[in-house]
Design a protein around this ligand. Structure first.
Ligand code: GLN
Length: 519
């Protein structure tokens, strides 16, 4: 099997045993990126920046350590794609915005530092919607990424670049961030695994803030075990983040291994009544219903639960998020970071600021800054922001009540499969609806994940099973994910990605050329 098809766990063990070097593994992925990622106008375009030299140097350090007889960590030498909203001292960090084009952060994020310490090889930085606002990567200032299942479709967002890099076999691991669904929705529409840890479970130090009370970074991978291994590298308390949880991380790797024996007896699964029905694609609902039947076949007890306030989660989110964005994006003032326009000695600081922000922010960033500033303004604060915060409490109480009846909750991850690029870009409300199922967990701060659960009949595109667990019970996601994954692997003969037309010789050359990446 080619190196780029292997899982992270397999690669790490081959590197450890000396069967292959970390440099060879890195080179294979860099070659794959060179083959399929560009050109930006028609390739997968998962990456905004690839750092060949620093990736090969990091890989060489791992090979040297092995030669010296040093103990290697469980993912040492494995390549990774890092969402370009996480700071890296040796690579530019743009957050998908013109405002930060060319900016080099003075420090590594805690996540970046932990990846490096684990010997994980950072290949480069992945594309995203500007400041992580969007569901398609079409809001990136640098052009959209494309879905490897069908290059005319979106790979989800905001972390579409990270998900596309996995689905195109450019990297076996990636990091995403999830404020309202940006890890889980891209995972669902690309047939990959994405986990949003409990809020505070992974440090936000060095993560460029979108909405600080909602943002959470997490692992993206092609298998559940790989996601668990990566999660355990980046998780854990960080004194540099005041919202970081100072408690032991649950043993997620053990949970993923246990889940793989396919026994879910004793587990209570709650199907959320409100997350389905009108507005959900038939093929998505069909695969979701199959997944629920599978859970019960694996021994889980399936019950229905009601979360009546989830209906108000989306509107509450679109007041809370823009409010925080309007404050967080105020720091991009043309003085401290990145772009500065019109500073020719004739203009005031305010004029330079206004010229820079006017040209540097895209339409969606401006829309949310205006919405948020309005929602926070005196006279409106109680009616909008204050009300939304009350709804947030009601959503959290719905979760509490549901988790009294079930150990995990399930729903589809997204109402539809990947839609064509351009279809929703001028219709913000249609775009926002992609996150109907994912947003409640950001409001409440609990852990959630998306796992592949098949292909929709209408379009043959991937569908995600959304699993939600209580705060600090991230291990339950992995138990369920691994159990479902092994059952599907028996049905599909491997992971869902092996069914991708672009990557599957059985559907022939023409399908390959028309619909996806030539592999
Ligand atoms: N799509 C959602 C939004 O546009 C979520 C973004 C995210 O999770 N970063 O806000």
């Amino acid at each position: 099997m080619t190196l780029t098809r292997k899982t992270a766990a397999e690669l790490a063990s081959s590197i450890k045993s000396g069967e292959v070097s970390a440099v060879e593994v890195t080179r294979a992925h860099l070659d794959r990126i060179a083959e399929v990622d560009g050109p930006a106008e028609s390739g997968v375009h998962a990456f905004l920046h690839v750092d060949t030299d620093s990736a090969l140097a990091a890989a060489a350090v791992v090979d040297q350590k092995r030669a010296d007889g040093d103990e290697l960590g469980p993912l040492a030498g494995v390549p990774l794609a890092l969402k370009d909203v996480i700071t890296t001292a040796d690579m530019p960090t743009t957050a998908g915005s013109k405002l930060l084009e060319g900016w080099r952060p003075p420090y590594d994020a805690t996540i970046t530092r932990r990846l490096r310490e684990a010997g994980i090889v950072i290949l480069g930085k992945t594309n995203l919607d500007e400041f992580a606002m969007g569901s398609s990567t079409e809001n990136s200032a640098f052009g959209p990424s494309r879905n490897p299942w069908d290059l005319t479709r979106i790979p989800g967002g905001s972390g579409g670049g990270s998900a596309a890099s996995l689905a195109a076999f450019e990297a076996p691991l990636a990091i995403g961030t999830d404020t309202g669904g940006s890890i889980r929705q891209p995972a669902a529409v690309t047939g990959t695994v994405g986990v949003k840890p409990t809020y505070g479970g992974v440090s936000r130090y060095g993560l460029i803030a979108c909405a600080s009370s909602l943002d959470q970074a997490g692992p993206c991978a092609r298998t559940v075990l790989d996601a668990a291994l990566l999660h355990s590298v980046i998780a854990g308390h960080d004194p540099n983040d005041s919202t970081s949880i100072d408690q032991p991380v649950p043993d997620i790797v053990a949970a993923a291994r246990k889940g793989a024996d396919g026994d879910l007896s004793g587990l209570r699964v709650g199907v959320v009544k409100e997350l389905g029905g009108e507005g959900y694609q038939a093929g998505v609902e069909a695969r979701f219903n199959d997944a629920v039947a599978l859970l019960s076949k694996l021994g889980a007890e399936v019950v229905e639960v009601s979360c009546p306030h989830f209906a108000y989660a989306l509107p509450a989110y679109y007041l809370i998020l823009p409010s925080e964005v309007s404050s967080n994006l105020a720091r991009f003032d043309a003085m401290r970071y990145g772009l500065r326009l019109g500073d020719d000695g004739t203009r005031s600081a305010e004029e330079v600021m206004s010229l820079t922000r006017g040209a540097g922010f895209g339409a969606e960033a401006k829309r949310r800054i205006m919405l948020g500033t309005y929602a926070l303004s005196s006279g409106y604060y109680d009616a909008y922001y204050g009300q939304a915060q009350k709804v947030r409490t009601l959503v959290a109480r719905d979760f509490d009540a549901a988790f009294a009846k079930a150990d995990v909750l399930v729903s589809p991850t997204t109402p539809t499969t990947a839609f064509p690029i351009g279809e929703k870009v001028d219709d913000p409300l249609a775009m926002y609806k992609n996150d109907l199922c994912t947003i409640p967990s950001n409001l409440a701060g609990n852990a959630s994940a998306s796992f592949p659960c098949g292909l929709a009949d209408e379009d043959g595109l991937p569908v995600g099973l959304h699993v939600m667990a209580p705060v600090l019970a991230d291990d339950r996601l992995y138990r369920v994910g691994a159990a479902v994954e092994q059952a599907y692997a028996a049905q599909w003969g491997g992971t869902l990605l092996e069914q991708a037309p672009a990557l599957d010789g059985r559907r022939g050359e023409s399908a390959t050329a028309d619909r996806g990446v030539v592999s």
